[in-house]
Write a protein that binds this ligand. Structure first.
Ligand code: DLZ
Length: 511
């Protein structure tokens, strides 16, 4: 028989059928899990994220023990500072003759683990929870001048036969129904109340621990809402299929005063730690469509996020790590204002997105991309500081997904490597997508002068100051032309106003 292994399971690897646990043998191998300061403090994580991970780890430990595994578990209270020390203690306790681990999701940790000096060899296993391996993605990307999600997504649809007809063609005749996913929120539909998952004794204990140990981190744990087991995640997903999916498609890009969640699935955190399986959720959504439970645009929009974007950003991350994190092609270097940590700004859409982010660790993709990210892009905020902020505040943030989404997609700091245009928008777009403007002290209909929505002048400022980089971008041609059509006098007035607004909004205090 193969020698006994000590299997390290990280806080986002809670899936017994994949990775390092796939071939684990109860009674022979030992599993080690640890809540450590190093992982809990490398950014100022949202308390929801720490509580979610610790509670999910503890529940997973118990489930493994029920299956007959020996699990060495080091809780936060035991004071182990690092994963390396946990593995060293685990080796002493188990006497195992090798360590098996699944590749971690962040380059930072991979580098650290590769430098561990252990007394036994380390055996690496690929993270096969993802639907495209590193090799597959690299081979798809090789020799392409530009990488575009849409083509990768089609490859994945074909590979897994998702939403294809019998001839292998996309259902409905089109690959992408994005233009049916953009309806703004006009209070015409009822948003169903979202059930919270039950909080048991383990989660209660973890919430107390996190409140005590992380007093300066964001996150209101009185509002803890997350499932912490595969069964709870499954119940949340079933609720989404029945209650959210039918209207998810058309309101995918909408924003509402009434709800942080609208019709979104809220499953990214479960997918990212292993409590839900990405292929399975796509197949379930496809089945719901085939049974007439939602329209094709909703099913396709959902699968595009999971099968397309999620795998695409992970591919980009590992293809370019660690160099990608240093890119800053638009030379954005203004310090992140303090109010990103409080939500104290009068821009209503930004205030709502920031506050729910800080309080709940959640904002949906349009709030992240077109409100917070858009503000950071237009204002020229420091790329690394913005990326660190995103990594800290969201429950589902791990660098493999956060970095390309923030640096590449939101900040366009990779020069268009992963997305063909910057996602820049003025107040008009924000007004169209939601109902925040009605409660805002600014108006989206003016560009300059007191009361003008700052997104307007900042939008033109952004195009003007980066004109050299954008002149050749066909997708920005119309916007650039609109800018050039303005008289010199108007242009100067807008730039001057935007400069004043930037000084005011980015000064210490309230934004
Ligand atoms: C995010 C996180 C936190 C807050 N704490 C732990 C921990 O104490 N122990 C652990 O094994 N994992 C934790 N994680 C998840 C890791 O940070 C994650 O595995 C890496 O960032 C790689 O994706």
């Amino acid at each position: 028989m193969d020698a006994a292994a000590l299997i390290l399971i990280l806080g986002d690897q809670l899936d017994a059928s994949h990775g390092a646990l796939k071939e684990a043998r109860p009674g022979v191998d030992t599993i080690v899990m640890a809540e450590v300061k190093e992982e809990a403090s490398y950014v100022r994580h949202n308390r929801h994220k720490i509580a979610f991970i610790f509670s999910a780890m503890r529940h997973f430990r118990d489930a493994l023990r029920k299956q007959g595994f020996r699990v060495l578990y080091y809780p936060y209270e035991s004071g182990l500072p690092s994963l390396q020390q946990a593995v060293q203690s685990g080796l002493l306790e188990s006497g195992a003759s090798k360590v098996r681990c699944c590749e971690p999701g962040e380059h930072r940790l991979l580098r650290a683990m590769q430098s561990w000096q252990l007394t036994v060899p380390m055996e690496w296993v690929a993270d096969d929870r993802f639907l495209a391996s590193h090799e597959e993605f690299a081979s798809w990307a090789k020799d392409r001048k530009q990488l575009r999600m849409e083509y990768f997504y089609r490859t994945m649809r074909r590979k897994y036969r998702i939403l294809l007809d019998e001839d292998g063609k996309p259902e409905g005749g089109k690959w992408n129904y994005d233009n049916e996913n953009r309806r703004g929120w006009r209070n015409r539909d009822t948003i169903p109340p979202r059930p919270r998952s039950d909080i048991d004794a383990i989660t209660e204990e973890v919430i107390e621990l996190v409140s005590r140990e992380f007093p300066d981190n964001p996150g209101d744990l009185n509002r803890f809402y997350l499932g912490v087991t595969a069964a709870q995640a499954e119940r949340q997903f079933t609720w989404f299929i029945e209650n959210g999916l039918p209207r998810f498609g058309k309101y995918q890009d909408a924003m509402a005063e009434e709800s942080p969640w609208l019709f979104h699935a809220l499953i990214s955190m479960y997918l990212n730690v292993g409590l839900l399986d990405p292929l399975n959720v796509c197949r379930r959504v496809e089945r719901a469509w085939r049974e007439g439970h939602c329209d094709l645009a909703a099913a396709e929009g959902f699968c595009r996020q999971v099968l397309g974007w999620r795998e695409y950003v992970r591919g980009i991350y590992w293809l370019t790590a660690p160099e990608y994190a240093t890119r800053n092609t638009l030379n954005a270097d203004k310090p992140l204002p303090d109010w990103f940590w409080t939500g104290n700004t009068d821009l209503r859409c930004l205030q709502m997105a920031l506050r729910q982010t800080l309080e709940l660790g959640y904002a949906h993709h349009i709030q992240r991309l077109m409100v917070i990210g858009n503000f950071a892009l237009l204002s020229g905020l420091n790329v690394q500081q913005v990326c660190d902020w995103y990594l800290a505040v969201y429950v589902d943030a791990f660098e493999w997904v956060e970095l390309p989404n923030t640096l590449g997609m939101a900040l366009h700091a990779d020069g268009g490597f992963m997305a063909s245009k910057p996602y820049a928008a003025s107040g008009k777009y924000l007004q169209r997508q939601g109902n925040h403007c009605a409660s805002c002290r600014y108006t989206p209909s003016t560009i300059t002068g007191p009361g003008a929505c700052p997104f307007n002048s900042l939008y033109w400022h952004f195009l003007h100051r980066n004109a050299d980089q954008f002149d050749a971008n066909a997708r920005l041609a119309l916007a650039m032309k609109n800018w050039q059509r303005k008289s010199k006098v108007d242009q100067e007035a807008i730039i001057k106003w935007a400069d004043t607004e930037l000084d005011r909004l980015l000064a210490p205090g309230r934004g």
